[in-house]
Design a protein around this ligand. Sequence first.
Ligand code: NAD
Length: 381
Amino acid sequence: MKIGTPKEIFDGEARVAMTPDSALQLQKLGYDCAIESGAGAAAGFSDALYEAAGVEVVKTAADLWATADIIAKVRQPDANELEHLTDAKTLISFFNPAANTEGMDAAKAKGANVIAMEMVPRISRAQKMDALSSMANIAGYRAVIEAGNNFGRFFTGQITAAGKVPPAKVLVVGAGVAGLAAIGTSTSLGAITLAFDVRPEVAEQVESMGAEFVYLDFEEEQQDGAATGGYASVSSPEFREAQLAKFRELAPEVDIVITTALIPNREAPELWTADMVAAMKPGSVIIDLAAEKGGNCKLTVMDEKIVTENGVTIVGYTDFPSRMAAQASSLYSTNIRHMMTDLTPEKDGQINHDMEDDVIRGATVTHKGEITFPPPPPKVA
Ligand code: NAD
């Protein structure tokens, strides 16, 4: 069978779902590989590099979609792309099944099998295919780089002949995958790093990375914003008040705030209010990684960078992984390659879409003309 990757058509998207390296691995599974000409260019992978890795370079998207049995891409396909699907094709991509009714209906009507990368169950065995985590890791890292780029000062403290420079103080709100990556990057650059999460079990992880966990003045057993299966749930009004009071206290002293707080299937909680922004020093920076879900900061404008009247820069970009397209493509294409390994137990270049396999079942959102989303809960952890 042939695996093909088209050029991403979403405006500004620079990632690509197959790299020359991942293609070599896919060929070891018995597959032929094809790429649309130019698909890897924005991530630094030329057609020549693909050719050297034994990948067929196809001139047009239409040819690519027509000739590939399996299509691997990054962004959820649009209506035109979905037109190319047939009952003989498998699509592996982010697909946003919960909100993409049209796409789900189109894939079902075509009889195509769709594997949605955001639906890979978050169990140990599937970590190597967990594209949400690999992209969140990049977003967290890049958030700190973006903050530094807008901050205009050192992260680390220095004593120089020209004067003493204090270290920057960074607050990371939300210590999931992206938050932990931001914490690691911030501490490694030498900033004093504080972090908060409603899940108190992450405190140890935060501290082991050299950051300080921010505790609230709140009875621990009442910290009910925490823990349902490793994810956060909505905080009680009392807990939220305690959290906001702590953030108000911190706002005048922190230089950089990186917010990553999310609750599954909800708008992002608003945690950094307008008065906190107003209390920050001029030159401070907020990077709101929750911008796509409405933002953790009241003043965030999605996909834009704004500067407030008191000189605080607020960045609401939603494309951090694409801004590191080479790294993001390497990791994402590796996630896809691992998915293909599980789909190809015989390494014979033939897909074995085993719906008894927890991971494959969990990620499959349409199969043989049926919608198979949402999946049953996974049996193993
Ligand atoms: P996420 O992106 O859904 O949320 C980011 C963080 O925001 C979470 O840590 C959450 O607790 C926090 N948050 C929510 N509301 C908050 C608030 N009001 N204030 C402060 N913080 C708030 O999370 P994620 O990065 O996807 O990770 C969620 C969980 O999934 C974690 O327990 C993580 O360890 C787990 N996980 C497991 C696997 C695996 O086993 N394969 C992979 C990835 C993540």
